[in-house]
Design a protein around this ligand. Structure first.
Ligand code: GAL
Length: 376
């Protein structure tokens, strides 16, 4: 009898995730599986990022609709103490019903990231914004602010980055080369070696000097000294840029660098371990997955060096079917980092799945291995 009971209990415990007192409870990470929130619904927070505030994690992400990738709701927020069980805190930044608003319903609002500014005691949200009806041509950053972590966030503005400012790591020689033959270079056929060379030398950066630099896939990183940086795909997704943010985290200071010119990186995610910065990115293949890339630097403003794909094992050539969005530093654990990625489902956007995998370090180098299931 006792044995039967033990076996029954054992089998029951295997039927996780379970319901306890009406609440949904998860006992492990299952990359790629449905991930239910406290009300039993698949978490809707894509291209997301996480902050820890007063011992609670807050996950912000894009609310995705069933049939369109445009923003019909806004940025959602979920909270958790253990990273497994998430409570739906509702909409942190709502799209607007005002047709004149930059963030009118139907715009494209992607990859939101929230940071906390200890000086102003405000939460600041940065995101990638595309104006409604203009596909991906606006290439703007957007910024919003709130007194409370879960919102509501108040939209401040959108724009391009650092108009009229040159990158800190731009050489006089490259500048002269582009200036002296600007029209000629602009009429070069795309993807030819000569055109690529012009991109490396900053042709598109220069083209966008007046309007400001394009900003698409993006993240925000706060360094140990409290300084914040905006990292984004720029120059028609050809080149990454890293721009310093003001003390209140709501604006750019004008100081920025170009990284991996002409190498086409998206989906940047940054973390730091033992004084070394690591950045994981993807290539540019839209919603289709590709091979992750990794960069490292001793200084966030560079120089950055490229290393091989951090993912290993089967499906590592497509980031296990996903595209990175954030690296989460687990609070209270010195060296625990989680790589967060999205498996996009462009035909059913709300069913996009999450891949969260621990980052291992082999000889000090980050390595990401697939796991069907794991526990923090
Ligand atoms: C991806 C990008 C996504 C979204 C998508 C649109 O490469 O990372 O955030 O912009 O392209 O095709």
């Amino acid at each position: 009898m006792r044995t039967t009971l033990t076996i029954a209990l054992f089998l029951l415990s295997a039927l996780l995730p379970v319901q306890i007192a009406g609440k949904h409870v998860n006992d492990s990470f299952r990359p790629g599986a449905l991930w239910l929130d406290d009300s039993g619904r698949h978490i809707n927070a894509h291209g997301g990022g996480i902050i820890n505030y007063k011992g609670t994690y807050y996950w912000f992400g894009e609310h995705k609709a069933d049939t369109t990738s445009s923003a019909m709701v806004g940025v959602t927020c979920y909270s958790s103490k253990n990273l497994l069980d998430w409570k739906n805190c509702g909409v942190a930044l709502s799209v607007s019903d005002d047709p004149n608003s930059d963030i009118v319903r139907g715009c494209i609002l992607e990859r939101p990231k929230v940071v906390y500014n200890a000086k102003t005691r405000k939460f600041v949200m940065w995101f990638h914004l595309e104006l409604k009806g203009h596909d991906y041509s606006a290439a703007r950053y957007g910024v919003a602010i709130s007194d409370k972590v879960e919102g509501p966030y108040r939209y401040l503005r959108s724009g391009r980055v650092n108009p009229g400012r040159y990158p800190l790591n731009y050489s006089k020689a490259d500048s002269a080369a582009v200036c002296s033959q600007y029209d000629e270079l602009m009429s070069l056929k795309w993807w030819t070696p000569a055109w690529n060379d012009a991109i490396v030398k900053g042709l598109f950066m220069k083209r966008d000097m007046e309007s400001g630099q394009m900003a698409r896939d993006q993240t925000v990183y706060i360094d140990d000294d409290g300084k914040a940086y905006h990292i984004y795909s720029s120059e028609d997704n050809m080149t990454l840029q890293i721009a310093e943010l003001s003390d209140d985290y709501t604006a750019h200071t004008g100081r920025y660098v170009r990284v991996a010119a002409s190498k086409m990186n998206e989906a940047p995610a940054i973390f730091k371990k033992d004084g070394t910065y690591w950045m994981i990115t993807s290539g540019c293949t839209g919603w289709a997955p590709n091979e992750a890339r990794m960069f490292t630097a001793k200084n966030i403003m560079g120089p950055w060096t490229q290393l091989p794909n951090p993912c290993t094992g089967p499906k590592s050539a497509t980031t296990f079917g996903g595209q990175g969005t954030f690296v989460l530093k687990v609070k209270g654990k010195k060296d625990q980092f989680i790589f967060m990625a999205d498996i996009w489902r462009p035909n059913h956007p709300s069913d996009a799945r999450y891949i969260w995998l621990p980052i291992d370090f082999k000889n000090g180098i980050p390595v990401i291995q697939w796991r069907d299931e794991w526990r923090p």
